[in-house]
Design a protein around this ligand. Structure first.
Ligand code: SAH
Length: 360
């Protein structure tokens, strides 16, 4: 764990403050400074006495994230942040700005990481190609949101004022459900009404399909959205690019998703990265349509972002449209995920691949 104040949940912070002989409301004041005022150092916290400030500074670090680079896409819609952690490891966060587009309002989405690297080795994914290093701590997860929200507040306070315009997706580096307890604890902090106040419905956890953890998530009281990276409609095709499919095959994944939907009454978002010649034929589309037809779900079709180490190519746009048409004939709602930040390597783990030599 890091020595950052962001590692503490509300109860931890309260206890820490009480142990110093201070009144509990001091913890509330500090919490507010961190998550509402979004101060980025202890000095700015003007509500607490100097002595307490000094003692906090002596014992704790403030943010566990140090900025290494920030890149902006040419169309200015996407920013990508690369952060250095206390042990020199690097992680990424992506900010995406969406304009109003007919049926959806102007909004901002922050894509955050949950692990340094990833153990699951999906063949088209830049993070998978880096291997697994370690879990992110609660502070490292939550601070990604704090840092980006602070920039958003400076840039366009009006839009962020309405909480519904800010979405958080666990779609950066790592498999969030493989870091389950810290991800859940982080969501509770993001959720806190006296803090960041980000509604659970504005938070999406994306998983490659760790079935026991999906079952556990179905029992949690927090109503986050679940996205499942399906990427293929049959075991043979899926196992070729998503190795965990050998442990948790597609039929079990679909069963677990059905249980999740009936327990939570919430729809699942399926993600399908289109890989030319691999999973994008009419036959694949028909099989996928049949598979998803009985489920309350939405399908996101994602043209692959080519990575340094893999040879997968994007499907042609005609092919993508045909694929989508077949899916819609089965009554499965779908969207083609808007391409964002391709010129700044905004795909999962891609910016870090460019800077990995800075890690050790
Ligand atoms: N481990 C989680 C979160 C990973 S990233 C999961 O697998 O869902 C979120 C999404 O980005 C996943 O659907 C992942 O498969 C997808 N993704 C990874 N690499 C990609 C690439 N090169 N191009 C497009 N999407 C990619």
């Amino acid at each position: 764990m890091t020595n950052s104040i962001f590692e503490k949940n509300k109860e931890d912070l309260k206890k820490f403050i009480l142990d110093k002989g201070e009144k509990p409301y001091r913890a509330d004041q500090i919490w507010r400074s961190m998550y509402v005022d979004l101060y980025d150092n202890f000095n700015d916290i003007s509500t607490i006495p100097c002595k307490l400030k000094k003692s906090l500074k002596n014992e704790l670090e403030f943010s566990p994230l140090k900025l290494v680079v920030k890149k902006k896409s040419k169309d200015k819609s996407t920013d990508k942040y690369l952060w250095r952690l206390h042990d020199n490891k690097l992680i990424e966060t992506v900010l995406m700005r969406y304009d109003e587009d007919g049926h959806r309002r102007k909004r901002r989405t922050v894509c955050i990481s949950s692990q340094v690297g990833c153990a699951l080795d999906c063949k088209f994914c830049a993070t998978g190609q880096q291997g697994f290093s370690r879990q992110l701590t609660i502070g490292e997860i939550v601070s990604q949101v704090v840092k980006v929200k602070k920039e958003l507040l400076k840039e366009d306070p009006k839009i962020i004022k309405d909480q519904n315009n800010l979405n958080i997706v666990f779609m950066g580096m790592g498999e969030p459900l493989a870091n389950y307890s810290r991800v859940i604890e982080s969501i509770k902090i993001l959720n806190d009404q006296k803090g960041l106040n980000i509604g659970a419905r504005n938070i999406t956890v994306s998983t490659v399909g760790l079935l026991p953890r999906i079952q556990e998530l179905a029992e949690e009281k927090i109503q986050v959205n679940l996205a499942v990276s399906i990427h293929a409609p049959d075991n043979k095709t899926r196992s070729e690019t998503v190795p965990i499919n050998k442990k948790y095959p597609l039929e079990d994944l679909i069963e677990t998703c059905k249980d999740y939907i009936s327990k939570t009454n919430r729809k699942i978002f399926f993600e399908y990265v289109l890989l030319s010649g691999q999973n994008d034929s009419e036959e694949h589309a028909n099989k996928l349509g049949k598979l998803l037809r009985p489920l309350l779900c939405h399908l996101n079709l994602i043209p692959v972002n080519p990575t340094f180490k893999s040879n997968f190519e994007r499907s042609g746009s005609e092919n993508i449209d045909k694929f989508r048409k077949i899916i819609s004939n089965f009554g499965v709602p779908s969207t083609i995920r808007m391409e964002k930040g391709i010129d700044i390597n905004a795909g999962c783990g891609q910016l870090k691949s460019e800077f990995i030599h800075l890690e050790d």
